[in-house]
Design a protein around this ligand. Structure first.
Ligand code: FMN
Length: 185
């Protein structure tokens, strides 16, 4: 059976730095992959309605289905760093993992997403570094049971002077990420 990778893209720019690295990843990745754009998806942020404290699942039915389906073997999150953190729409997407947290915390009935590999790509071109964004993204990988991203993080953090498309170290890192994901087939 073909392996599936879900790529969550946190950039609004179709031909931007993150897109360049996602493109390189997809050129080397085997199996199926789908991309979910946090900026373009129909995706409500969590409104803390608390329904998921009583009933498993989320009251919203939108593009978050692609994540809740949990039918992928690898998760790659690729995003620019904004204000040393994740861009707002990606934080909104992350907030929709609250039903997974609440299933365990309030319902005592943990969802155990299938174990999967996790890869991370960050781009940045300003003064803030990626540390805050890595902290913010960690619970997403944990709640979705994705591991390995600490060792498989690719950074292109000087895009103001070196566009990611020309950042050979980052491009090489992305190819290594693809090889690691492919090797797990
Ligand atoms: C609102 C905003 C905030 C940003 N904050 C940071 C930051 O804290 N640190 C950083 O290195 N770059 C920051 N940047 C620069 C982007 O991360 C950088 O240009 C990145 O390469 C854009 O990627 P993209 O083309 O894939 O969207 C910021 C850009 C914007 C628009």
């Amino acid at each position: 059976m073909s392996r599936k990778t879900l790529i969550i893209n946190g950039s609004p720019r179709i031909h931007g730095d993150t897109a360049a690295l996602i493109g390189e990843l997809c050129r080397h990745l085997h199996g199926e992959f789908t991309e979910l754009s946090a900026f373009r998806a129909e995706l409500a942020p969590c409104i803390d309605c608390r329904a998921c404290r009583n009933v498993r699942g989320c009251v919203f039915d939108d593009d978050m289905r692609a994540v809740y389906a949990d039918d992928f073997d690898a998760l790659v999150i690729a995003s620019p760093v904004y204000f040393s953190n994740l861009p707002g729409p990606l934080l909104s997407l992350a907030s929709r993992l609250q039903p997974l947290h609440n299933a365990e915390y309030y319902l005592g009935n943990p969802t155990t997403p299938r174990p999967k590999l996790g890869g991370l790509i960050f781009t940045g071109g300003g003064k803030g570094n990626e540390a805050g964004a890595i902290r913010a993204v960690r619970p997403v990988f944990r709640l979705l049971n994705a591991s390995g991203f600490d060792e498989h993080t690719v950074l292109s953090m000087h895009t103001d002077t070196l566009p990611a498309a020309e950042d050979h170290a980052a491009l090489d890192g992305v190819r290594k990420l693809a090889a690691w994901l492919n090797g797990a087939q």
